[in-house]
Design a protein around this ligand. Structure first.
Ligand code: UT7
Length: 332
């Protein structure tokens, strides 16, 4: 149980997804796949994508952040730190975080990106908690944003049907009360599995060449079935750690929001953790896998649907390429 008299509390949430939608029927025209395969293996029906709208990661992040700032009833100048979880930022440099800082007018904030694949949002929340509890900062904006379609190989049916674009944002604020806000956070990594999910070209190891673009090396490669096995086991372990650390009973949790990557992963996890359907949040059918954006988008929808209310105990769980994984338990 946390004894610190300082808590990091989530005081505002926001989300944004692009208007254009790709359905399973659209993919049937693009690759050798079927609505039946996609639905039964993943649970995905639709995904929101930037398409040719010209939107980049910062545009999505700014829209989500503005909603979170409005919901938190703060002004952008009050933000001390901006953390953006993304692997698909606008540019290699500068960070997407500084582009967002300028657009929001959050000129008193330090700003940086976090690359932790699908767990970027939880890595961000955990970093925010640490900065707040150390006493260094009072108000932190955390965003998970991806334009995964910018690194998707639309000739690879094993990955292209999975991904969508979007952003989720949260404002965290210091509260001088023990045992509220984020009660426990756990983030982890195991770099011995880098070969399970990567983008070969576009970094300093292999530059972008015409050949790399033509052979798909600038798109995501993923060994889905191997990641699947780690995902369930590692999220279960992370959940048990934060529950034990916070000293709560598992049955006291009001809502579990897992990373939306695959309905079968979510169902196996829920079974292992004995989470009933009414305490499990799922929206993968509408958005597909939006990587670091998925949990923030789900939190906003859970709140809108009255499934995440003030005082509720909420468990967030995620995993992704790296491998990385983590869990956060908080009081809303
Ligand atoms: O967000 C974190 C990042 N990672 C993940 O979320 C990945 C987690 N893993 C998964 O979600 C699943 O492993 C997938 C959905 C990616 C794949 O499901 P699976 O049940 O593990 O399928 P599989 O990879 O074992 O493939 C089974 C078969 C293969 O055919 P053969 O070799 O059995 O003939 C694939 O070629 O399904 C085939 N297949 C497809 N068929 C139709 C793969 N993709 C498709 C497709 N349409 N889109």
């Amino acid at each position: 149980m946390k004894n610190s008299p300082i808590s990091a509390r989530i005081i505002g949430l926001g989300a944004y997804t692009p208007a254009k939608v790709l359905t399973n029927a659209d993919f049937e025209k693009m690759v050798d796949t079927s609505d039946e395969w996609i639905m039964s293996r993943t649970g995905i029906k639709r995904r929101h994508v930037v398409g040719d709208s010209g939107e980049a990661a910062s545009d999505l992040a700014i829209a989500a952040a503005r909603d979170a700032i409005a919901a938190a009833h703060i002004s952008p100048e009050e933000i001390d730190l901006i953390l953006i979880g993304t692997v698909t930022g606008d540019m290699k440099t500068p960070s997407t975080a500084v582009i967002v800082q300028k657009a929001l007018g959050a000129m008193n904030a330090a700003a940086m990106d976090i690359n932790a694949a699908c767990v970027g949002f939880l890595y961000g929340l955990t970093t925010a908690k640490a900065f707040i509890e150390s006493g260094m900062y009072k108000t932190v904006l955390v965003v998970g944003v991806e334009v995964l379609t910018s690194i998707t190989n639309y000739q690879d049916r094993t990955t292209c049907v999975l991904f969508g674009d979007g952003a989720g944002a949260a404002i965290l604020r210091r509260e001088d009360t023990a045992n509220t806000g984020i009660l426990s956070a756990y983030i982890a990594a195991d770099g011995s599995h880098t070969q399970l999910l990567y983008v070969t070209a576009g970094g300093s190891r292999q530059k972008v060449t015409v050949e790399n673009m033509n052979n798909g090396s600038t798109g995501i490669y993923m060994n889905g079935s191997e990641i699947y096995k780690f995902a369930v086991r590692n999220m279960e372990d992370a959940a048990k750690r934060v529950i034990a650390d916070a000293g709560i009973k598992p049955e006291d949790i009001d809502l579990v929001i897992p990373h939306q990557a695959n309905i079968r992963i979510i169902d196996s996890l829920a079974k292992r953790l004995h989470v009933p359907d009414e305490k499990l949040f799922v929206n993968i059918q509408e958005y597909g896998n939006t990587s670091s954006a998925s949990i923030g988008i789900a939190m906003v929808e859970a709140q809108q649907q009255g499934r995440m209310k003030k005082g509720d105990l909420v468990l967030l769980l995620s995993f992704g390429g790296g491998l990385v994984w983590g869990a956060i338990l908080f009081r809303m």
